[in-house]
Write a protein of this length. Sequence first.
Length: 397
Amino acid sequence: MDFLQSQLEALKATGNYRTLAHAEQEGRYLLKEGRRMLNLSSNDYLGLAADHALYADFLRQVSPRWSLPSSSSSRLLTGNHPVFDELEATLARLYGAEAALTFNSGYDANTGILPALAGKDDLILADKLVHASLIDGMRLGQAHWIRYRHNDLSHLERLLKQEGEAHQRIFIVTESIFSMDGDEAPLRELVELKRRYPHIILYVDEAHAFGLRGSKGLGCAEEAGVTSDIDLLVGTLGKAAASAGAFVVCRQSVRDSLVNRMRPFIFTTALPPLVAAWSLYVIRRLPEMKDKRRRLACMTRYVHEALQAQGISTASHSHIVPIPVGRSGDTIRLAEQVQRRGFYLLPVRPPTVPEGTSRLRLSLRADLTDEEVKNLTHELAASTPFILHPKQHHTDS
Ligand code: PMP
């Protein structure tokens, strides 16, 4: 296995070597190596995973028939517990859609849906910055695929004109809030494009918007009033919904096809019914959680304004705030600096983001206090010289 050693050395040399940290979550804090830090790297955007009273309430009311710790088989064998039907019916009802189907994770959803639905005569046009799971889904399938420049609709339309004729169907694939940049896809314009080209199927991954956007918390499509125009609306349940798994909201025929053809749906043990029951409990309450959504939105505005005042501006207007640095080594040093001050921010490096665009990724969460948000912005302001001129700052210090 010597060949692995040299690969690992190469990762170390470029600052891209990763290890698993021993860390424990304690509410909105993270305990790591004897330090207690505010956890600003989790996807618990509404603070629901940190809300022990909510979980205790769920445990009090969940029926023992629904709290099984294992499904013991695939949904297509003996694992289709009624809780999955109830969860899917609830999601379909909330979205006003024909059907929904749940999966064990967002990774499963995105690696399975495209290979199941897009055939060799089809074309997939995907935003350049879509998540690795979607890229893997395209790689695993038979369809020809091209990535269009990030959020660039004129590039997308040019590709549609050039390539469209030669393909039966064209899948356009995007995230709604992009996981690493925090900026948003122009959903209304994409829907408009779909209206002009009859054979487009629109696939939107709302992983980072589900629970947070729209008056019921259904995502950016709800906010933009276009849920019914999206053919494949994917949401994940391990982020704002504080559970595990994922879902697609779609037509009944799509659901039936996925049940028959989607390999990560068919060939895996279903999530434990207990987890699905918790998802259902949270999803039923999401529409009422307007105060948490409002709080996160206000905090988001405040933090973006504070960063802009320091000359740090990005395309993000969302709760995902990238703090650009550039080189991996500099990003790691900056992360260590802010962690020493009690803010758990992580460096995001290649291959997660393109070479030279390493950044800290700040995930805001609704359960931060005003004081914590203020202290955070002060800390980031103090780090500004490092952020704007990382190399110079490093040699100077
Ligand atoms: N889609 C996006 C946009 C994501 O960011 C992620 C994970 N961070 C996933 C899908 C995968 O979801 P899961 O963690 O449930 O596998």
